[in-house]
Design a protein around this ligand. Structure first.
Ligand SMILES: Cc1ncc(COP(=O)(O)O)c(C=O)c1O
Length: 380
């Protein structure tokens, strides 16, 4: 999408609610396959740019979706009774602790709108999911970005940032983190949560939890009322196109979030599909095993190509592709890959201009990526 610099005068006589809204840049999504086909006339496209599940979703989902097709004139259950019941059993929480969202982005937005006002602050890490800083700008709040430690969250520095900024209302932590793939230990997270005032909401964004079950911090909910865990059906469950996510929290927090959310924020098809997907944990196990195997293969190929990468606990990996001696930049490699039908994610918007984020695909997709990358890197 073409964007121009917005200024207050270009909107006059209209004025946005907060000046910080003018500083917002639209979220850059992974390039859709259809767009590449349209622009370059390539039909055989491999998309490794949005951390989607290359295996698709559970076959049970098709059945559940089909059953809903005769009911499309009816509103969905605004309370998501069956999905919430299944999520409560799965996560060993009460139904009253759950809030459903139109994807987990919706929940991050609901959390910010519920707790963050003008002149409050949101704390997050450098190289963390870009939506956190966008939410601060949307709310007219301060965004406090804490320098990362070896591409991951520096929780001690984040705790200090909360102390230094008594107006902090929410801390966002992605674990594993997107785009760096780093993971935090239970002990350090526990220490962090214990170190911040109970008036500060700590949001643990566990979008990639299924790829790294040891980063499940569900236990923190039993101890701390100011912890919220946000999860999604978009990644391992393979339902990115349907938009379903959920938050686990204390009952009063869930009560508030449920007042703020749109009454029918998850569609009839989304509710049914998510319940069917959750019930098929064999599919999730297969997804995890395939991802692990392919991740190890990719790591070996990057080693062989002499490319640095950050060890990832999710379904994507960040690779350093700047080859200064040969004057090859990440931007030029990204473009060359696009022209050959392989979509990956540039990370300039994250302040990582020498890196690309690559979603782990199926074996044949990864082979195509590596072959294409090798031919670009060895071109005269
Ligand atoms: C860390 C993290 N959180 C949340 C999301 C939002 O996902 P969705 O809105 O599809 O659930 C993403 C998507 O890329 C993500 O990487």
């Amino acid at each position: 999408m073409q964007t121009t610099q917005l200024t207050e005068s270009s909107l006059l006589p209209l004025v946005p609610a907060y000046d910080s809204i003018l500083a917002l840049a639209p979220y850059q999504t992974g390039k859709p396959i259809e767009e590449l086909t349209r622009e370059y006339g390539i039909s055989d496209v491999v998309k490794l740019a949005s951390n989607e599940n290359p295996m698709g979703c559970s076959p049970q989902v098709t059945l559940a979706v089909t059953e809903q097709l005769g009911q499309l004139s009816r509103y969905p259950d605004g309370n998501g009774y069956y999905l919430k019941q299944a999520l409560a059993d799965f996560n060993d929480v009460n139904v009253e602790q759950i809030t459903l969202g139109n994807g987990s982005d919706d929940l991050l937005d609901i959390l910010a709108r519920s707790f963050v006002g003008i002149d409050d602050a949101i704390v997050y890490s450098q190289y963390a999911f870009v939506v956190y800083s966008m939410l601060a700008k949307m709310q007219g709040a301060m965004d406090i970005e804490v320098p990362a430690h070896r591409f991951g969250h520096d929780l001690k520095a984040m705790s200090q940032a909360v102390q230094d900024n008594p107006n902090t209302k929410v801390v966002f932590i992605a674990n594993p983190n997107n785009p760096t793939g780093t993971q935090l230990g239970h002990k350090e997270l526990h220490q962090f949560v214990a170190s911040v005032p109970s008036s500060v909401l700590v949001v643990l964004d566990e979008a990639y939890i299924e790829y790294s079950p040891e980063s499940n911090n569900r236990a923190l909910l039993d101890e701390f009322d100011n912890v919220v865990i946000v999860r999604t059906f978009s990644k391992a469950y393979g339902l990115a196109g349907l938009r379903v996510g959920y938050a686990l929290s204390s009952v009063p927090v869930a009560d508030l979030l449920n007042r703020i959310r749109q009454p029918f924020n998850v569609s009839r098809i989304g509710l049914a599909a998510a319940a069917a997907a959750l019930a098929d944990q064999d599919f999730i196990e297969k997804t995890r095993l395939t991802n692990d195997e392919q991740m190890r293969w990719l790591e070996k190929q990057f080693d062989a190509l002499g490319l640095g990468f950050v060890k990832s606990y999710a379904n994507f990996i960040m690779v350093e592709v700047q080859v200064e001696m040969e004057d090859i930049s990440a931007a030029s490699i990204h473009q060359a890959l696009l022209e050959q039908g392989v979509i990956v994610r540039p990370l300039t918007a994250y302040g990582l201009p020498n890196w690309l984020r690559i979603t782990v695909g199926m074996a044949e997709e990864n082979l195509r990526l590596i072959d294409t990358l090798r031919s670009i890197l060895t071109e005269d």
